[in-house]
Design a protein around this ligand. Structure first.
Ligand SMILES: Nc1ncnc2c1ncn2[C@@H]1O[C@H](COP(=O)(O)OP(=O)(O)O)[C@@H](O)[C@H]1O
Ligand SMILES: [Mg+2]
Length: 267
């Protein structure tokens, strides 16, 4: 569904991503973990065309998308739940959701709005009686639900999420992750950027760790035939070995390929 190959990204003269390789197969939930400043947001911005790739290719559903305008990438079916949610506090929940539907062609938008609204409210029932409330009056968890629901209203084929659990209480995080697992079970392809590696790896099919300096390593990968319970056990094993946040934070200081390779062997 998504393939990133040998991607380099610079801000000015500073290289943020180095030869990044990543893939997300259709129906998979892949996660990227990594400490602050390692380039996770930059990677998502490169995928959606908000920053330019200096080298490398990005392919979505068989089409090269690097260098294309963001609107076009969104129209191809990629939706983002951005870092910090990016809601407009005075707009109501319903207005946010209808804005999300604007990724769809106008005719489709009208025909599907009611169904799609029902579907996202089924996923996040807490939003049902808050539709008329300004988003700014909602709790952090509810705001995150609005941001996810808004992205889903555009019926994406690939959902990108940038640290949806930041600042939320454990119970709320569990609710958000349960919703992501459900979306995955319904067949949606998801790329989840997280600092909460434990929660992310528990629901992921495939995992990557990004180290400061922009090097990436695949740290968990599951055969498509692996059953659910095996996957969960495997995920927990991985977490113990190397995916505690502090462990990931130690991945690349200083960043080195040897460091990454050792950790891969450790799994
Ligand atoms: N617009 C920008 N201009 C220059 N440097 C940036 C910009 N955005 C991020 N950076 C730098 O790029 C690096 C990666 O940032 P970012 O992708 O936001 O990391 P993460 O999302 O993993 O915290 C950091 O060192 C950050 O300071
Ligand atoms: Mg970030």
């Amino acid at each position: 569904m998504l393939a990133v190959r040998d991607l380099d990204v610079f801000y000015g003269r500073v290289q943020v991503l180095r030869g990044v390789d990543l893939r997300v197969a259709p129906g998979e939930l892949a996660t990227i973990v990594g400490p602050n400043g390692s380039g996770k947001t930059t990677l998502l911005r490169a995928i959606t065309g908000l920053v330019a790739a200096a080298a490398g290719t990005i392919t979505f559903a068989g089409e090269p998308i690097a260098g294309r305008p963001t609107e076009e990438i969104v129209r191809l079916g990629i939706a983002v739940v951005p870092e910090g949610r990016e809601l407009w506090p005075p707009l109501t929940v319903r207005q946010h959701l209808l804005l999300g539907a604007h990724a769809l062609p106008r005719a489709l938008r009208r025909a599907r709005a009611a169904d799609d609204l029902a579907r996202v409210l089924g996923l996040f029932p807490a939003l049902a009686d808050r539709l008329a409330r300004p988003a700014g009056t909602l709790s952090g968890g509810e705001q995150q639900m609005v941001a996810i629901a808004r992205a889903l209203m555009g019926r994406p084929r690939l959902l990108l999420l940038d640290e949806p659990s930041v600042g939320l209480a454990p119970l709320v995080i569990r609710e958000i992750f349960r919703a992501l697992a459900r979306l995955r079970a319904e067949g949606l392809t998801i790329l989840l950027v997280e600092q909460n590696a434990r929660a992310a790896f528990r629901i992921a099919d495939r995992g990557y760790a990004l180290a400061p300096g922009g090097l990436i390593a695949e740290v968990a990968s599951h055969a498509p035939t692996t059953g659910d319970s095996t996957r969960r056990a495997y995920g927990l094993e991985l977490i113990r070995v190397q995916c505690e946040p502090q462990d990931v934070a130690g991945l690349g200081t200083p960043p080195s390929e040897a460091n990454l390779r050792m950790r891969e062997i450790a799994t």
